[in-house]
Design a protein around this ligand. Structure first.
Ligand SMILES: NC(=O)c1ccc[n+]([C@@H]2O[C@H](COP(=O)([O-])OP(=O)(O)OC[C@H]3O[C@@H](n4cnc5c(N)ncnc54)[C@H](OP(=O)(O)O)[C@@H]3O)[C@@H](O)[C@H]2O)c1
Length: 259
């Protein structure tokens, strides 16, 4: 199975690295194109078997899967110029470009996926949402397997892409904002920023592990375990509520839902 990655920026570069590190696609079967050479050179240094080039047409012409990871305003020209074939699979990373637009740009009906990763893809810890059109179950499995190696991947209907993007792609910025705010609190209480950064990030990772490793649990159950009656944690939790924490998070998520 040969794969082209068109655009080697934050997303395309991370996807190319992750594909090369993963087991679903052989490194020798990965073709990456980008107009400037700097990013291509570092990809090639990290994975000498991977093919790099500055021509999208060259990269995409003999592959089974074409992953387009350019900015949304470039996607029309880039897809248009590649002359994709109906037996290829088009995977678009571009935010806000729907299947109707992709089909229009490709000029043919072909298997298509829209994927929404988040920036943790660089450490193979992305939450990646995937929507599919004109695909078979085997193709769905292939793409989900590819992105499961980069964290966790879930198939969703296209209609849920805006809401799930808010939760998982924008949501990572809210978690980072929590880490930043907690660091500020730590510094005020006399903890050095570097130490606070590690303590809080590991706590966030630990909280995520508590949820991800036990499908039966719920945040309320895990919070209950930390909140001794009359103890200090419940004081902090109630303070968060007095200050509108839950409401602020709900409003922030809904503000990102570009329906
Ligand atoms: N960043 C995120 O959190 C995130 C999350 C989900 C989805 N996305 C989507 O991912 C896509 C890429 O975003 P990004 O953050 O990776 O952007 P980026 O870092 O700017 O990367 C875009 C890459 O495309 C290259 N490029 C420009 N024109 C091209 C062309 N004609 N053919 C091939 N490659 C070309 C650029 O090369 P030069 O730098 O050499 O010009 C650059 O390396 C966007 O559509 C965005 O909506 C991003």
């Amino acid at each position: 199975m040969k794969v082209a990655v068109i655009g080697a920026g934050n997303m395309g570069g991370a996807i190319a690295h992750a594909l090369a590190k993963g087991t679903v696609i052989k490194t020798d079967d990965i073709y990456v194109s980008n107009p400037s050479w700097g990013k291509l050179q570092s990809l090639q240094e990290a994975h000498p078997e991977l093919h790099v080039m500055d021509s999208n047409i060259e990269a995409s012409k003999n592959v089974d899967i074409v992953i387009v990871a350019v900015k949304p305003w470039l996607i029309e020209n880039v897809i248009n110029s590649m002359n994709l074939k109906p037996n290829q699979i088009l995977v678009s990373v571009a935010a806000g470009i729907d299947f109707n637009q992709l089909e229009h740009y490709a000029g043919i009906q072909m298997p298509m996926f829209r994927i929404v990763p988040n920036t943790a893809i660089v450490y193979m810890e992305s939450m990646t949402l995937i929507a599919a059109r004109y695909t078979t179950m085997e193709q769905d499995k292939l793409i989900v397997d590819m992105f499961n190696e980069m964290g966790l991947a879930l198939l969703v209907p296209e209609s849920q892409i805006p809401a799930t993007t808010a939760l998982a792609s924008c949501g990572i910025a809210f978690v980072l904002k929590y880490i930043q705010a907690s660091m500020q609190a730590g510094v005020e209480m006399g903890i050095y920023p570097k130490a606070a950064r590690e303590m809080i990030a590991q706590s966030v990772k630990g909280a995520a592990e508590l949820i991800l490793n036990n499908p039966e649990t719920h945040p309320a159950v895990e919070i209950d375990k930390v909140t001794t009656p009359g103890g200090i944690t419940i004081k902090g939790i109630n303070e968060l509520e007095h200050e509108g924490f839950t409401s602020a998070v709900i409003k922030a998520m809904k503000a990102c839902n570009m329906k």
